[in-house]
Write a protein that binds this ligand. Structure first.
Ligand SMILES: Cc1cc2nc3c(=O)[nH]c(=O)nc-3n(C[C@H](O)[C@H](O)[C@H](O)COP(=O)(O)OP(=O)(O)OC[C@H]3O[C@@H](n4cnc5c(N)ncnc54)[C@H](O)[C@@H]3O)c2cc1C
Length: 509
């Protein structure tokens, strides 16, 4: 495994040992489970024996968090995925251990974390419901307090490691009040233990991919759990869920890297050993390009994800980087798996090679832990917010010599707006500088000093005269532009004319 210069010694050692252990021990065990499509129990036991389940658990509770951190957890998930046995490892880490660590009471941590660190208790993250997928705030299942217990009713679906797990980190509705729903205070987080009365597996899902692990649906029929099992306070569920998503997304991205490496490995094996037209297929430039693209995607995915891990280990909040890591890796794996099969020809489609299976898993990676579309929404919203200063619209003016718009550099002093004519002049100038674009209220205020009320008054006056067009949202006027009549009112037609020097004068009219 390629290491990164910022990894500590323990992480570098862990990466070397994990890669060797996967190749020599875990790979045959994992592939056997996959071939039989049975839960990878033996591999889970072997990983537990090497303390891998304790990567995110502090030493105090028997883990290695201080040495390995989220980076170490990602290293292990990347490696385990190559052997196809990552499921329970990942869900135990991000499904329960992290959430318990950050939100559990000392008693709760003492009760569960040591056994989780040893791999004796497997975890599962339990959010999705039949009628609540991407819109996860719309969870319907309920937990109602009854003395020292909670009574739970509802259904969950698509849980990875369902049935095999011992601890289910669940989110249920604890308030039906509209004001709590509006403030995202309607959910609470609970640990539900396997064996709780009324808690059952409803279905094991047969799906493309995910061989060697369970994915299932759960049902809670008057299920009873102790109030002790609630994490945080009632109403903290949404906060807890959101707080765990960065690590969850990172640890969903990490296995993808291992799967990409396997695709490249098998494609390379074939390209070197398959002769067609009297030469290895790897001598064909288009096949080399395919491999080059796979390697590029792997490099970019790894740098992004391990950078995000490093930030989390430094204590930084990185929702955008975590989402980009998962999005980019998942989409890259989908393309990589398809191209690896293509490089291998018919062999790529055979079940005796893992690449066709990885292609199936690749589709799932674009859905689990936030679909690619939902991640793009998050990246758009949070990314543009975070880059607000960098993305500020450039202030430009027509250069008196060149007669084209150029950035102003240091902004000119703003002029006090005394009448609607001043606002019209700014809108008309914007027609020359940013043709076809409206102005925001802030854009106008870059040039004019005016209170909100005055600006609104002037713009509405211009609109009433037909000199400005306004675009309104629920918050009020959002965008403004000059109209044709406004342009005529502001300046003579010649003012708007621009003919570059290279244009032949005799052609102009
Ligand atoms: C392999 C696998 C493992 C999983 N493991 C777990 C688990 O361990 N625990 C758990 O709780 N859940 C798990 N899930 C569930 C997973 O989190 C959901 O499937 C996922 O969040 C999408 O929800 P959905 O399937 O209901 O799709 P929907 O929300 O119905 O979405 C359908 C389509 O519409 C798109 N869409 C939805 N809303 C928007 C929007 N606002 N803008 C743009 N596009 C949108 C989606 O991107 C998708 O393409 C798993 C799913 C899979 C496939």
């Amino acid at each position: 495994m390629d290491t990164f210069p910022w990894w500590n010694e323990a992480q570098i050692r862990l990466a070397e040992e994990a890669a060797k252990f996967v190749d020599e021990v875990l790979m045959p065990v994992g592939m056997r489970s996959i071939a039989k499509n049975e839960l990878a129990r033996e591999a889970t036991r072997l990983m537990a024996g090497r303390d891998w389940f304790g990567a995110l658990v502090p030493k105090k509770y028997g883990g290695h968090f201080e040495d390995w951190g989220v980076t170490g957890a990602a290293i292990l998930n990347e490696e385990a995925a190559r052997a196809g046995v990552v499921g329970p490892l990942g869900t135990t880490m991000f499904g329960s251990a992290t959430q318990l660590l950050h939100n559990g009471s000392e008693e709760q941590k003492q009760k569960w974390l040591p056994a989780m660190a040893k791999g004796e208790l497997l975890g599962c993250i339990t959010m999705t419901e039949p009628y609540a997928g991407s819109d996860i705030a719309s969870i319907e299942s309920t937990a109602v307090r009854a003395g020292d217990d909670y009574i739970i009713n509802g259904k969950k679906r698509f849980q990875t490691t369902a049935a095999a797990a011992d601890l289910y980190l669940c989110y249920f509705r604890t308030s039906g009040k509209p004001e709590d729903r509006a403030a995202y205070r309607h959910l609470s987080a609970f640990v539900v233990e396997k064996g709780a009365p009324g808690f059952h597996v409803e279905k094991v899902n047969d799906m493309i991919g995910m061989f060697g692990n369970y994915n299932g649906n759960l049902t809670f029929d008057q299920a009873r759990i102790p109030a002790f099992n609630r994490l945080g306070n009632e109403g903290d569920g949404w906060k807890i869920m959101m707080g765990g998503l960065n690590v969850e997304r990172i640890l969903n991205a990490a296995p993808i890297l291992g799967l990409m490496r396997e695709c490249i490995r098998y494609a390379k094996q074939h390209l070197e050993r398959r002769l067609q037209f009297g030469r290895p297929t790897g001598d064909i430039a288009t096949n080399q390009f395919k491999l080059a693209e796979m390697i590029s995607k792997l490099c970019l995915s790894r740098v992004m994800m391990y950078y995000a891990c490093h930030c989390i280990d430094l204590g930084r909040e990185i929702p955008v980087e975590a989402a980009v890591s998962k999005l980019f890796a998942a989409d890259s794996l989908m393309e990589t798996a398809l191209e690896a099969i293509q490089c291998m020809g018919g062999n790529g489609a055979l079940k005796i090679y893992p690449v066709q299976r990885i292609m199936q898993d690749a589709k799932l990676t674009q859905i689990a832990a936030g679909t690619s579309e939902v991640l793009k929404l998050l990246i758009y919203r949070q990314g543009t917010k975070r880059m607000k200063d960098d993305l500020k619209a450039p202030q430009r003016m027509i250069d008196p010599d060149l007669k084209v718009p150029l950035p102003v550099g240091k902004p000119p002093a703003r002029v006090a707006a005394r009448s609607e004519a001043d606002v019209l002049a700014v809108l008309a100038e914007n027609y020359r500088v940013n043709p076809g674009l409206h102005m925001t209220m802030d854009d106008i205020r870059e040039w004019l000093e005016a209170s909100d009320a005055d600006l609104k008054k002037y713009l509405e006056a211009l609109e009433a005269r037909g000199w400005a067009g306004l675009y309104r949202t629920r918050q009020g006027i959002a965008l403004a532009r000059v109209t044709l009549a406004g342009l005529q009112q502001a300046h003579a037609p010649e003012y708007y004319r621009y003919i570059p020097d290279w244009a032949a004068p005799q052609d102009m009219f």
